[in-house]
Ligand binder design. Structure first.
Ligand SMILES: NC(=O)c1ccc[n+]([C@@H]2O[C@H](COP(=O)([O-])OP(=O)(O)OC[C@H]3O[C@@H](n4cnc5c(N)ncnc54)[C@H](OP(=O)(O)O)[C@@H]3O)[C@@H](O)[C@H]2O)c1
Length: 245
């Protein structure tokens, strides 16, 4: 097991990609803090991990709320030092520019950029003081592609990838590896409303299908584990080959 003795905080771990990362980390021996807004969903994930022989605890906070990051940091720190932070919670409004109102702009930037920024600001210095840590930011291939229906979303993820590189410069010398994962379209509760549209969209990709949350979680296990000790400021693209063509 690659993560024995580590404590990992995974935001948005009550659903989809975050849930798969939490479950994969627990299988690798980590104590996983399952973060989300919905206590019932967090408890369900924790119960599943525990039933499978893993170790997990729920931590509840609304990262879109002004005091949400501080509340999550406090709840997480009560469990002890955090070795791995996964900034996964995110929303992806599918809107073009004229359709995007200021409320949507604020909500998207709050959850996709502000929350990772201040979670990292609170936890990275503690990792640095202990001489080790891993921060994994869940981006998207939308950060790299000009897409007329994902204008704001792509910008929020491009900001997260910029932060990934800046944080590698800032915290890497203190033993904290900061990296990102850019998933392609992945079947999750969040993308369920897209239905067969996701299959059509991905049919021309080399993989010819959407990804599974477990396929994204594999990259997170790698970035959290000993094999990624020399990886800093990178974005691991897990997209069925879309960026290659
Ligand atoms: N699915 C894809 O195709 C895809 C592709 C590329 C990148 N991504 C990225 O991968 C990440 C996860 O996507 P997903 O499809 O797995 O999402 P999802 O199924 O919609 O789950 C979103 C998670 O974020 C949490 N969340 C939402 N709003 C929150 C808030 N205000 N405060 C705290 N937590 C909040 C939700 O928990 P609660 O409801 O319990 O709060 C849930 O656990 C996102 O950053 C997304 O941009 C996804």
């Amino acid at each position: 097991m690659q993560l024995t003795g580590f404590r990992a905080l995974v935001t948005g771990a009550t659903s989809g990609i975050g849930r798969a990362i939490a479950e994969a980390f627990a299988r690798e021996g980590a104590h996983v803090l399952v973060a989300g807004r919905d206590a019932a969903r967090a408890t369900e994930v924790v119960d599943g991990i525990t039933a499978a022989g893993g170790d997990a605890s729920p931590v509840i906070a609304d990262l879109g709320a002004p005091d949400g990051v501080a509340a999550l940091v406090e709840a997480a720190k009560a469990h002890g030092p955090i070795d791995v932070l996964v900034n996964n919670a995110g929303i992806y409004p599918l809107l073009d520019t004229p359709q995007t109102d200021e409320k949507t702009f604020e909500a998207t930037m709050n959850l996709n950029v502000r929350a990772p920024f201040f979670l990292t600001a609170a936890l990275a210095p503690l990792m640095a003081a202990r001489g080790h840590g891993r921060i994994i930011n869940i981006s998207s291939i939308a950060a790299h592609l000009g897409t007329s229906t994902m204008v704001l979303y792509g910008a929020s993820k491009a900001a997260l990838e910029s932060l990934t590189k800046a944080w590698a410069a800032e915290f890497g010398p203190s033993g904290v590896n900061v990296n990102a994962i850019a998933p392609g379209p992945t079947r999750t509760p969040g993308t369920a409303p897209l239905g067969a549209g996701l299959d059509e969209f991905t049919s021309t990709f080399p993989a010819g299908r959407p990804g599974t949350p477990e396929e994204i979680a594999g990259a997170a296990v790698y970035l959290a584990g000993p094999g990624a000790a020399f990886v800093h400021g990178a974005t691991v693209v897990v997209d069925g080959g879309r960026m290659a063509i």
